[in-house]
Design a protein around this ligand. Structure first.
Ligand code: NAD
Ligand code: ZN
Length: 377
């Protein structure tokens, strides 16, 4: 999921020609890839340790509490590990509490934040790194380019593949009024560690749902009106890797490697284009019912053959091959006003609709249409 706007921010008149004003995106400046490369975290962090007092804070998915991974975290005496549950998606309040906790426990600003986990932990690490150096509440920064000061040094270490959160310039947070990313040039990680071995313990269904987030990023980017050669080059590679992972019989280690790189390329693809109908509607489900991102996308996507015929056909093959049974009746007890809430959230994500259906998207979609899709879920 990426809450980016089109790569063409606005049109500008130069002489007699109208040329778009292209956006200048940040990328992750340093990345290390390979099985076991997590062991190099200590040497990667060493040059950042310029003070004995200031800690490095490790935000780690609590699924790893008590596992051997924790003994491999290169801790200095003042460092701290904070275990966090990924059962719920990140919230602005949660970010503010973490920032307060870190500020009150340490005299000096941390030297860095290291996020270890899936999209939930990666987004929390990004948001905490931003808020440690910016005033106020994190909800004030949900939107586009509202962050004033650079974040502190932050490192992302994914342990499940698919979201592309490791490369994106957004951190998606549920706030009191909206679920929206803090989209800024300061959000992007300074360092990413891609160690496919870390994804070994992911439960099968979760592997599928988060992997499908990547697949759906590709389908929505490649079929969108914002498509350009930059996005297409990454999107096509990510799609090819997803097909290998979910439709071929790869050896496990090759499958882990390929899905990790698919996630990266899928994230790069949407950075310079946009997602589409499944993501817009999945946001509605998530906002009202707390349905998590990966599964929410799958729940919607299965009914989008009208918009993505080839994509949905392949998705059905993947579901069948891996024996995944998606929950049914998720929206069966909802009231009309519940449907309206989801529809309003979905339709408010204008860039996603514009990407999916073109500049005149409002002529091609209606609240009734969305309701009829939600009712099937
Ligand atoms: P997640 O972080 O929510 O984790 C899903 C489950 O997998 C959790 O139960 C977690 O404990 C478990 N898990 C993770 N790694 C594991 C491992 N190695 N072994 C065993 N269990 C493991 O999953 P996700 O799908 O990666 O992330 C979803 C979140 O990412 C959502 O909050 C969504 O909004 C966000 N997101 C962000 C972006 C972005 O660009 N910033 C893009 C897409 C999604
Ligand atoms: Zn997504």
């Amino acid at each position: 999921m990426a809450m980016e706007v089109s790569n063409k921010e606005n049109e500008e008149q130069i002489g007699t020609e109208v040329t778009p004003n292209y956006r200048n995106f940040p990328m992750v400046p340093r990345v290390i890839f390979g099985n076991g490369c997590f062991n190099q975290l200590g040497e990667i962090l060493l040059p950042k340790r310029k003070s004995v007092e200031a800690p490095i804070i490790f935000l780690i998915d609590d699924v790893f509490e008590g596992t051997s991974l924790i003994s491999r975290v290169p801790l200095f005496p003042n460092d701290q590990i904070i275990f966090i549950s990924a059962e719920e998606e990140p919230k602005t309040d949660q970010v503010d509490i973490l920032v307060k906790q870190v500020r009150s426990e340490f005299k000096e600003l941390p030297l860095g934040i290291v996020g270890i986990g899936g999209g939930t932990l990666l987004d929390l690490a990004k948001a905490v790194a931003i808020m440690l150096n910016n005033k106020g509440k994190s909800e004030e920064y949900q939107g586009w380019d509202l962050v004033k000061k650079p974040s502190i040094y932050h490192v992302g270490i994914p342990t499940i593949s698919g979201t592309g959160a490791e490369v994106s310039r957004t951190t998606v947070l549920l706030g009191p009024e909206k679920k929206l990313g803090i989209n800024s040039d300061y959000t992007t990680f300074d360092q990413v560690i891609l160690d496919p071995d870390l994804t070994k313990g992911v439960p099968k269904e979760q592997w599928f749902y988060t992997g499908m987030d990547c697949y759906i990023h590709c389908v929505e980017s490649l079929n969108g009106t914002f498509l350009n050669a930059f996005s297409q080059s990454y999107g096509e590679k990510a799609l090819e890797l997803c097909k290998d992972v979910f439709l071929e019989d790869l050896e496990e280690s090759e499958s882990r490697d390929k899905l990790m790189m698919a996630s990266w390329h899928g994230g790069m693809s949407i950075a310079y284009s946009q997602v589409g109908v499944a993501h817009a509607m999945s946001y509605g489900l998530s906002y009202l019912l707390g349905v998590r991102h990966g599964i929410g996308n799958c729940l919607v996507f299965q009914y989008l053959e009208e918009f993505y015929p080839e994509g949905v056909a392949l998705f059905n093959k993947m579901i069948e091959k891996h024996n995944i049974s998606l929950p049914k009746g998720v929206c069966s007890d909802l009231t009309d006003s519940d449907f309206d809430i989801m529809i309003n959230v979905a339709l408010s994500l204008e860039p996603l609709w514009e990407n999916a259906l073109g500049a005149e998207w409002e002529k091609h979609i209606s609240p009734e249409k969305l309701k009829s899709i939600y009712q099937k879920i």
